[in-house]
Design a protein around this ligand. Sequence first.
Ligand code: SAH
Ligand code: SF4
Ligand code: F3S
Length: 460
Amino acid sequence: MIDAKKYTLDNEKALTNNKANNKVYIETYGCQMNVSDSEVVMAILIKEDYQLTELMEEADLLLINTCSIRENAEVRIRGRLGEFRRVKRIRKHAIVGVIGCMAERLKEKLVQQEKLVDIVVGPDAYRDLPNLIAQAEGGQKAINVLLSREETYAEIAPVRYASNGISAFVSIMRGCDNMCSYCVVPFTRGRERSREPKTILSEVQGLLDDGYKEVTLLGQNVDKYKWEKENEETVSFAQLLKLVAKQAPQMRIRFSTSYPQDMTDEVLKIMASHKNICKHIHFPAQSGNSNVLERMKRGYTREWYMSRVESIRRHMPDCAITCDIITGFCDETEEEHQDTLSLMKWAEYDFSYMFKYSERPNTFAHRNMKDNVPEEVKSRRLTEIIDLQHQISREVRQKDIGKIFEILVEGTSKKSEEQMHGRTSQNQTVIFPKGSSKKGDFIKIKITKATQTTIMGEIV
Ligand code: SAH
Ligand code: SF4
Ligand code: F3S
């Protein structure tokens, strides 16, 4: 999740200075896909002569790119709209736009519920933004939440306004056809579609030319990536991964998210045979119990999931595996919860994102099942899985002490100018004394110490 920068409203001068009507302020919530989309939105707006501002007090257009995945994500966004309201009270001409998943989920309801909102734009309608802004400037509420079967923003070069200049996201597909019973994404992002490989490769080339050192290929289920066109060779995710790895041998390649049902050994073989493809798979299990997985409509069993993890370990013994878990899903019993704990122990995840089940309107689970695990049980189970994951992470990290890893240096550590931070291929952040290293370098680091929160190393 992304934290918005907080800006105070103490600059009265900035608030009333509205010389030019072209300053845009944008906050982004939700997954990496939203971060990537905000970069597309900025590209579209900059073409219209908009300038980015980091101060909401001087903005003429205030955008919030939203997430609907859990109820608390939406609650938080409504809280931020309160902040936007304070600006709008003084900067009356400013236009407020809600874009992204919450815009798609709530549609015109959003302008009814939140009076300050002028425009509502779903994830597939960003090309229409200039037009919608013009309508809003004319005093109308403007809404476009049409979903598309084709839109991939393929030829738009994202403006990486918040980037560290080292790592970038590249969207390779949009939407999701999986329909997991708890999930709102298929409703907010529409049908699954893949982006044309040559546009992906040219975006990667552009990043390479600009000095970027790492790309993360993004999709809700990257294993379903498929480019099919008459008279053209079909390209699978494994093939795309290989094309990207070959195109940019000097760069690190990552991807997210892998789907246990669909991840192939071919992908694992390509990962194993390309040094620049990072040895990390984000591999959400959601639950360790086959009955829960069936209720979740995940399409795999505990045993299948375990066999896929075994295959990852067989192909790449040094590969990090991370997970997402939902606890307290409909009818989840104590035994089913125990199965999740035992899967976590067995899999030895490096890291997990763990969530309490949050019922989302209109999903299959909402329409057909009961959100019947009491709140205090959900909380207790969540605490148990979080505690267990902390313990596992600690143990996994201890094993790294004394080992040498290649690190991509990302910048100066927050705590000290004399220290730098970077990441291993396994996506583990390491802090180390600066030496002569600089941002963007690939260097070898020996791990010296691992605590609950940080891993320390030294240049070798
Ligand atoms: N496409 C990815 C997940 C995208 S959503 C995948 O299938 O793996 C990110 C995570 O949010 C999910 O993996 C899941 O763990 C969590 N999530 C999704 N819907 C949720 C809900 N209704 N309540 C709680 N967590 C949820
Ligand atoms: Fe949601 Fe399932 Fe699609 Fe992931 S794969 S986005 S959890 S429907
Ligand atoms: Fe949220 Fe939409 Fe991503 S619901 S998690 S921003 S796809």
